[in-house]
Design a protein around this ligand. Sequence first.
Ligand SMILES: [Zn+2]
Length: 240
Amino acid sequence: MALYRDEGVVLKTVKLGEADRIVTLLTKRHGKVRAVAKGVRRTKSRFGARLEPFMRDDLLIAQGRSLDVVSQAASLSAYAGGISMDYEAYTAASIMAEIVDRIVSAEQEPAPDQYRLLIGALAALSKGRHKPGLISASYTLRALSLAGWTPRLDSCVVCGRRDDLNYFSIPAGGSMCSKDRTPEARPVELDRREELEALVEGDWPILDRGALDATTRQIVEDWGEYYLERRIRSLHLLDS
Ligand SMILES: [Zn+2]
């Protein structure tokens, strides 16, 4: 069997048979990879906890006929340690993993920008650099922006004017003036637009000043679900 080496982050795992798991990974050079991790559910697994969600590993993978097989895994960053201890951080990491799993839909297609964004966000989460909800909200908008869905915030999506931007339409892709607003466009204040802008830019000095406004949070959530065309399950853990 051909072997390849790459580094990757575990996005999710599902049980396979008695002792194995199928691990979904986002790798640096091979994009999304699904591989079997043999024996990981045994207490004496040679992989230990290295193939749990949010671990970043150096991997040796054997190409299989249908599914690849993880042959070796060495931990590069134990993000999972700092994340699994904290419910909010864990929820934020789950949102991020679910989103990138959706955005990078094809397997074995390199997505280096998405990989870089993900490991940056996981590192920030595990070190508690910012509030988990801010990290996942900013991640959501930035990951979607990389995929081509950047909200237009500084001008009306219809006429291009830069003032009177008091509405925001998710299907239309951003801000609207009061003349062009469509019925589904929601009213947004300037502060909310600035907050969204800071999330897209990753402008932490502004974001760290406080908690995210509920309207902004809703827009981020709806933006993600609209453009990924489905409910992001992990997002709703925050609402309950
Ligand atoms: Zn307009």
